[in-house]
Write a protein that binds this ligand. Structure first.
Ligand code: FE2
Length: 233
């Protein structure tokens, strides 16, 4: 179990990498991401292009708004036991690493850009944060082997999910929201967009190393909540 430790002091170079990422992605999410679940939180967070945010300030915001805490970590969680144990205690981990400027488009493991720009706006929505909490608790009831299918569903919703909103298909997934290339690619017509189908999704083994060829659309957030609530019923 991690102790809460001071948040990292980022270098000017790291802040500049953030600026490059932020400046090119900000307009994209405004056009493409879910208003109710991403953009409302995004606006409340008051992120700026000039620097990686002050996580002491954001930690207070999360404690006040949704009862979660932000933690700093130098472990790049991909998924797995530790990650879900933190989520099940309402602890959201922020990675003390930012991708290299020479490779802005891709990081195989989460970094501060993905954690912050991808996940944090969503986590400021109480319903969304609650669903993540419930999902994490359910994951922890099973062994790693047993939860593989659920891991795939997590991937295609929390990270790469789409949702219908006012007649349009919008980005819900943090992996899509934080990806310059894939946020546009996902809705370009080049991807097979299918209705959310947990039984099928559970059989897929997702790859973090290439754009997805198929993605899944939730009809509503209620559909996602219903699925998580009834998963082991
Ligand atoms: Fe993520």
């Amino acid at each position: 179990m991690l102790e809460k430790r001071p948040f990292k002091v980022w270098s000017p170079e790291e802040h500049d990498t953030w600026r490059m990422l932020y400046e090119r992605q900000c307009e994209r999410v405004k056009k493409l991401a879910s208003r109710a679940y991403y953009l409302e939180g995004f606006e409340k967070l008051r992120l700026t292009s000039d620097r990686i945010p002050d996580f002491y300030r954001l930690d207070e915001v999360y404690q006040r708004e949704v009862g979660w805490e932000l933690f700093s970590t130098d472990t790049q969680f991909a998924d797995g036991q530790d990650w879900f144990e933190h989520l099940a205690r309402k602890e959201f981990m922020i990675t003390e690493y930012i991708r290299d400027k020479s490779d802005l488009d891709y990081t195989p493991l989460p970094d501060v850009w993905h954690d912050t720009f991808g996940h944090l706006p969503l986590m400021l929505n109480q319903r969304y944060a609650h669903l993540v909490y419930d999902f994490a608790h359910k994951m922890l009831k099973y062994s790693k082997e047993e939860r593989k299918g659920m891991g795939s569903i997590w991937w295609y919703t929390i990270e790469f999910g789409l949702i219908r909103e006012e007649g349009e298909i919008k980005i819900l997934g943090a992996g899509l929201a934080s990806s310059y290339g894939e946020s546009v690619h996902a809705l370009s017509g080049a991807v097979d967009l299918r209705p959310f189908d947990p039984d099928y999704i559970a059989t897929i083994k997702p790859s973090p190393h290439e754009f997805h060829k198929e993605l899944f659309i939730l009809d509503s957030f209620e559909q996602f909540e219903d699925f998580v609530n009834h998963w082991d019923a």
